[in-house]
Structure formats: C-alpha cells, structure tokens
Ligand binder design. Structure first.
Ligand SMILES: [Zn+2]
Length: 333
C-alpha cells in the first residue's frame, strides 16, 4: 500500500486525539469530573449546528486544553507521532498562538512550547519531516478587532522562522466583509520575508481568492469558492497558485463528495494539493481523503500530481523537497 503523503493544511487544534482531550479537560478543570467520555464525544461530534459560525465554536473544546506549555508541546508531539504512524513523510501543522493565551502565556511562549514539542518529535521520528505555520485570526464581523494580536503573531513568527516555523496564515471565520482590510498584515510579513498562505474562498466569497493572490499569498487555504465565477477561476489557473484543498472538511456534515468542486478545479488546470484540515473533527486522514477522491473518479495519476504539487508548494528548502520527491518515487515505482 502506498502511504507516503504530504499534508500542507492541517490544524493542530482540529487534529487532537479526542480521548486525550477528554482526559485533559478533566485534569485542567474544563469539564466536570462526572462527565463521561460518551457525553464528551457526543458534544465534540454534535451536528446540530445551523451556521458555520456555530460550527466554529467547536474549536473552543481543543483550545481549552491547549493553554499550558506542556500541553501545547504534547499536542504537537502526539500529532507528529500519529502522522509518522500513518506513513506520512511531511506535514505543515498550523495553529494560532493568540488562541492559547487564556492562562497567561504570551504568543512567544506558545510558539516556543510548540517548537519544543516539534523538536522532541523530530528526534523520535526522523523520517517524518514537520514544520509549523503560525495563524493570524479572522474574528468574523470586524477585521480590526484583533489587529494588535495579529501583528504580534507576525513578530513572533519572525523570531521562530527557520527554527521550526516556516510560514504565516490567516485563519478563522471568513466573513463576507472587506477582505482587503487584512492587507497591512501581509505587507508586514513581506517586509520580514515571511512566506504566507491565506484561508480564502472557503466559506467566504470566491473573490477573496483573487484578493489573496493580490495580497501576495504563496498558497491559498481551500480557495474552492473560486469556481463561483469563471473569471476568478481563470485568475487562479493563470497564477498557478497552489490551492490547499480539504474535501471532507468542505463537505461538512452531509459529506456529499460528488458535489465538491475538486474535479472542476483539476480539469481547469488548477494546481491542487490534497489535505485534511482537521483530522479529529472531520474524522479523516490523508489516506481516507485519497480513497474518497478515488470514489468520485479522481484518477491515480491526478492524485500523484496533487502530491507532487504539494512538494513544490511546501514551505521547506530545496534539499528537503528533493528528499521528499525521492521517497515518493521509491513508493510509486
Ligand atoms: Zn483551515
């Protein structure tokens, strides 16, 4: 079985082990001791939400147990171990430092803790290459409400760039407001020479994808809504900007894979990469994603191309890319 795969879009908080979260929630006093695991599990996988904004509130659960240095380090270590167990060869794991300050940590301390977990995992699992992406946050209605925290994320990313952290991102609840309000953040990132990807055209309008390209993104998180308008799709094809597509995550609770635009994107000549987004919330991994894509007619050749696209698009050095290509070729031939 071919297992070597690459995940470029993987949220740490959406990919924890549920049982670990349950145990840790009790230990940290986030839930009552009497709560059973079954009750906790039902809450985590509750599908009674009506809006995406409501669904987003589910991320409070893992965030609640990632407020102490040792816990943050542990989550990174555990995720790299799990990826290694699955035969993955490279991943970029993302998280938003500003979400982990509820117990007094600074963004610097949060990233420091994550990097320590990553370093420990690298020693234990040398065949699994992993790096971290620091996310700035969309907070829904008002883009300016957390500008200070977002600028702070850029400063901290600069400190850790090349030392475990490889890039910046803008994540969170993508509203339909003025996306360009975020442009000053990316001007700063460019000034510091920090590469970045931007969540755009996931649940917000497809025109955000074009705006993210204009804001200098190297990759687009999701970007699938660019199919809403042939002009936007054309811009994405023309720019050959890699899209970090996460099919199960986009399909939501209905899981109607056939309605997902990935085949349209592939046929149009978009540089598609296949990713998981949230392994825990979506109850998936990259092997499952590939299996689902095969089931809707995506060919083996296309899956290969998506994997090679991911190597090209990775925020790592050429030496690492060369090794990744060699390992992929070993399995494929
Ligand atoms: Zn995402």
């Amino acid at each position: 079985m071919k297992t070597a795969k690459i995940d470029l879009h993987l949220h740490l908080d959406g990919s924890l082990n549920v049982y670990w979260m349950y145990e840790m929630s009790k230990k940290r006093g986030v839930i009552k001791n009497e709560m059973t695991f079954e009750e906790y599990y039902q809450q985590i996988y509750c599908t009674a939400y009506k809006t995406m904004e409501e669904a987003f509130k589910m991320f409070d659960r893992p965030i609640d147990v990632m407020q102490h240095k040792e816990d943050i380090a542990q989550t990174v270590f555990d995720l790299v171990r799990e990826l290694n167990d699955k035969g993955m060869i490279y991943a970029e794991i993302r998280f938003a430092p500003q979400q982990h300050m509820k117990c007094g940590l600074t963004q610097y301390e949060v990233v420091e803790a994550a990097v320590s977990g990553l370093n420990r995992a690298k020693e234990a699992y040398p065949l699994m290459a992993a790096q971290l992406i620091c996310c700035m946050m969309h907070k829904g209605e008002n883009a300016l409400v957390n500008m200070k925290e977002n600028f702070e994320t850029i400063e901290v990313t600069k400190e850790f760039l090349g030392k475990g952290v490889c890039a910046l991102d803008l994540a969170g609840y993508e509203n339909n407001g003025d996306f360009k309000l975020y442009a000053p953040l990316f001007e700063k990132a460019r000034e510091y020479g920090i590469p970045y990807t931007i969540h755009a055209g996931e649940m917000g309008m497809g025109v955000h994808v074009v705006e993210a390209i204009e804001m200098g993104a190297s990759r687009i998180g999701h970007g699938v809504n660019c199919v809403q308008n042939p002009e936007w799709l054309n811009e994405v094809v023309k720019a050959q900007i890699p899209l970090e597509v996460c099919v199960t995550s986009n399909c939501g609770k209905e899981r109607n894979y056939a309605l997902h635009p990935i085949r349209e994107l592939l046929n149009a000549g978009v540089k598609v990469t296949v990713n998981t987004d949230n392994m825990m919330f979506s109850r998936t991994d990259l092997h499952v994603e590939h299996a689902m894509l095969r089931s809707i007619g995506v060919s083996e050749e296309q899956l290969k191309q998506c994997t090679l696209n991911a190597v090209d698009a990775a925020f790592c050095d050429e030496e690492t890319k060369k090794k990744l290509r060699e390992r992929l070729m070993q399995e494929w031939n």
